[in-house]
Every structure is written in C-alpha cells, then in structure tokens.
Design a protein around this ligand. Structure first.
Ligand SMILES: [Ca+2]
Ligand SMILES: [Ca+2]
Ligand SMILES: [Ca+2]
Length: 504
C-alpha cells in the first residue's frame, strides 16, 4: 500500500485535496510514529503549523521544516496542507530524510521540494500552512531476514591475524531487486564498534550474504568478544527502503581484539618532552617532544602535530621519517623563538597528532595527544633586546588644545641586555574588523644595557577618516636589529582604550 502511494506522488503535480482525501493510507502519524514492527522511527512534531513555504516557479514550491529528529533511517512522506478556510489543497511528497546513522540525530530545517499549482492558489487568500510527516519505511513484501547467522575470522594475507570478522546473514527474497544488507557490531557492554554492509542484486530464493567487519577497527577498539550483532537491516532498491530489520540479532564466537590485524603504524601514547639549547646561551631553541610508535610495516611515514598553549597555536611540525618494524621513537621539534613570541606560559599541548603513509593515507590520529611539563615562555629563545609585552599603554594627545586628539600615542618598553646598536620598531593600528587604520615606524639607537621606551604616534586624522570606533588593536609589532633582522614580533600586542573616532 505504501508503495502505491509512492507511485501516486511522483506521477502527480497538481492535486486537489478531494483527490486524496479518500486515498487509502497505510501509514501512521503522530508525535511518535511507529512502524509495523513496533519500532519508533520518527520522533518529532509530526504535524507543524506554519512551516515556511516558498515558490520557486509557477508549479514548484519548497517547504522548510523547522527540525526533525531522526531516530532511524527511513522513507518518509511529507503532506503539505494549504487551508484557505473554504478550499483545502493537500500536496504530498515522499522523501528520504535521513542518512545511515548509528545514533539519533536532529536534522535542522530540512528542505522538501513540493509540486503545487500556484495559478490555482493565486485567487485565494488567507492561507495557513501545515504539514504531516508520515513514515513509509517498511516494505515487508520484498524480502526477509530469516535469522540464520554464522561468523569466522578471515586472514587474507597469511600473517596469522584476522583482516576481518565475517558475518554470514541468511535472507529470503520474494522479489528480485537490488538489496543492501547492513549490520552493526557492539561489544558485550554495548559499545558500538563497527558496521559493515554488502550490496547486490538478489533473485527470488534464499541466499547467504557475507558482511566483513574491518579487523583494524576491531583491533583499535581494544575490546574483546564475544561481540553482539546489535542490528541487521535489509534495504531494498536504489532508495534503500527498509525491507526488514532485526535487533539483537546474534552473538559471535569468542575473539580477543589482539587476534585482529594491527595497523601499519600506530602511536603507543608514550611521550616525553625536553627543552633543547643548541647554542649554549641558556635559552631553549627547541621544545622537543618524543613520540613513540609501534611499527608493523617498515617504510617512509610522515608524522605531524600542533603545539598549542591554552588559547593559541604556537606552531605545527611536519616530519618525514624512516621507520623500521618494532617500537621506536621520533622527535618533533617545535621552534623555541615562536614559543617566546607567543608569550604564553606552559604547559603546552600536543594536538592533532597524525601519522601518514607514503601515499598520504592517515594511519593513526590522536586529537589530544600529550601535555608537556611546565615551562615559562621566557625560557625560550629570544634576543638580548626584546619587547616587554606587559608594558603597553596608550593615550590621546591634544597638541593644539582644540578638544580633538591630534594623535593616539602607543608606548612600550624594551628589555635591553645587549651591547647597543641601531634598531627599528613598527606597528599597525587595526580596528575591530581587522582593517588597518595606520602604520608607524621608529628608528633608534640603543646604548649597552639601558632600557628604552618606544613611542609610536598614530595620526588622529587617519583615525577620524577611518570612521570606526575603538577599542583598537596594536598589531604586528615588529622589532628589527638593523644588522641581523627581525628579533621580536607580536601579532596581537595590545588593546587600546575605547576611543570614539570622533575624539580625533
Ligand atoms: Ca592478516
Ligand atoms: Ca639557545
Ligand atoms: Ca587637537
């Protein structure tokens, strides 16, 4: 019956309510919709007043439904009712609203194309819109899961470890079609581990379909069997309508996760870290993190990871390494000067750690890999002349006493343990949208060991013409030794007071 309604919907473009009202509908609706086997499929407001409905041309409209929670994949019919107090138009649309999912998920504002005669409606007024969401998922006439299962570990490369766990599923087919058989595997305590599927055309009769659960995933789970086949589904046709489903279908034989194949390489989650001073000046040029790997296949791999402080990224390292089989370590070296310039004390966090094979396939990944020991940023490499990041201050200067600031003065101190020389400092003044208001530079000479205040006066006329209120950011502060180049840098150094541009 559900199938008949499907045909009706796709062959009609302009239906009156009276054409449909007597149509037999073997479906249920309500806040919770049940299928024939008693399972909850859709939990949502099954009818909803005033959904957003818009026309894209004379015949076709588009219905936007606020939110639907999909409890299970299925095929659903949306009925749109346009009520003009005297005449009702009801339009229906069958649509598949969900993807393969292992957990309930809400779908926000799904958009459903609906065919409707705009010309017929043009003379009406005062329309109210409503929709119904009806489940048409189950097609019991096509085929059945007959409840026959068996399982075995499969080692395709003869290394003594299973590449996959094979589940054989018995099905009885009543109508020839394409079918997709899907199964989900859990451990005994209910943790979802892996799913597998097999697609093919099946003739009438009984068949045994083999599904292969990936051994790498079972190994990586660290969970021993016996495993439970939590659910098996038989899906029909290109649209994969649900033909049959069985929960708690089967329990496998006993397996240890260590009987399955391990990946080519994986992180052992053993780490250590150390500050390295390569030039003997007492400051760390590198923060070196030692990463241990377990290697099944020797070869060329790339290891990469990011070093974060609590609220910013200090750097990303990418390193190609030659690995032999067995357990071994590699070092990821993070730039100490970059850590100093970020001016965030540790501990630091090694994140987004991944290893790729020579073809750039991701083999292992850890999002939150490691927390380093405690460091202060001042322990990392910097010049004997550096910006004192805690010394920034700003003020408006009204030179001619006419009530408007002629400039915005930004000042900061330099730490100077050097022998003196010629330097240059520069900075940008930036608005809240990241747009640059002005740029200032100052060249100066330092004498040995004497502190120095850098004064940058941003033009009041530029701030006024820019027309955006503060507070402003003092950004891209750069300190240059005219002999050796950039010796210190701050991307976002200081936030000014909350000036109004009309103050200038
Ligand atoms: Ca194997
Ligand atoms: Ca050093
Ligand atoms: Ca003035």
């Amino acid at each position: 019956m559900a199938y008949a309604i499907f045909i009706l919907a796709i062959s009609s473009t302009c239906l009156l309510y009276s054409d449909l009202v007597n149509a037999s509908k073997n479906v249920k609706s309500g806040v919770t919709t049940d299928t024939a086997d008693g399972e909850t499929v859709v939990s949502s407001p099954a009818t909803q007043d005033n959904p957003v409905f818009t026309f894209v041309d004379n015949l076709r409209g588009r219905l936007t439904i606020p939110e639907i929670e999909i409890v299970d994949r299925g095929h659903f019919k949306v009925e749109l009712l346009l009520d003009f107090s005297t005449n009702q138009f009801q339009i229906e649309k069958i649509t598949q609203l969900s993807e393969v999912t292992q957990a309930p998920k809400p779908i926000s504002e799904p958009s459903v194309p609906v065919d409707v005669c705009k010309a017929d409606m043009a003379t009406k007024s005062g329309a109210t819109h409503a929709y119904k969401l009806l489940d048409e998922s189950v097609l019991p006439d096509f085929g059945k899961l007959i409840g026959n299962y068996s399982d075995i570990g499969i080692d395709t490369d003869g290394d003594g470890f299973y590449n996959s766990l094979k589940l054989s599923v018995g099905v009885q087919i009543h109508k020839p079609s394409s079918y997709n058989i899907v199964a989900w595997l859990k451990n005994a305590s209910g943790t979802q581990m892996v799913w597998a599927s097999a697609w093919g055309k099946l003739e009438v009769g009984s068949h045994t379909i083999d599904l292969l659960f990936d051994g790498l995933i079972i190994r990586d789970s660290g969970l021993n069997g016996p495993y439970n086949i939590d659910r098996v589904e038989l899906r029909v046709g290109d649209d994969e309508l649900l033909g049959d489903a069985i929960d708690n279908a089967y329990t496998t034989a006993v397996y240890q996760y260590s009987q399955f194949d391990a990946p080519m390489v994986s992180f052992t989650k053993n780490f250590s870290d150390i500050g390295i001073d390569t030039d003997g000046d007492g400051l760390y040029d590198l923060l070196q993190i030692n990463v241990e790997l377990d290697v099944q296949e020797a070869g060329t791999y790339t290891v990469m990871g990011s070093l974060d402080s609590s609220d910013s990224i200090s750097g990303t390292v990418r390193q190609e390494v030659q690995l032999l089989t067995g357990s071994q370590s590699i070092n990821l070296d993070f730039d100490g000067q970059q850590i100093f310039q970020d001016r965030k004390d540790g501990p630091y966090y090694l994140r987004r750690l991944r290893v790729e094979d020579a073809a750039s396939n991701k083999i292992d990944f850890i999002n939150e890999a490691y927390t380093t020991g405690a460091y202060t940023y001042i322990q990392f490499q910097h010049d004997d002349v550096s910006i004192n990041a805690d010394s920034y201050r700003d003020q408006g200067l009204d030179i001619d006493n006419d009530g408007d600031f002629d400039s915005l003065r930004v000042e900061f101190e330099l730490n100077n343990a050097g022998q003196g020389g010629n330097y240059r400092a520069s900075a940008d003044l930036v608005d809240e949208n990241g747009k640059t208001i002005g740029h200032k530079e100052l060249s100066f000479t330092l004498t040995a060991g004497n502190a120095f205040t850098v004064t940058l006066d941003f033009l009041g006329s530029e701030i006024f013409q820019h027309g955006v209120n503060g507070p402003y950011q003092v950004s891209r502060v750069t300190l240059i030794d005219t002999e050796s180049g950039v010796i210190d840098y701050q991307q976002n150094a200081h936030t000014t007071q909350a000036y109004s541009y009309t103050d200038f």
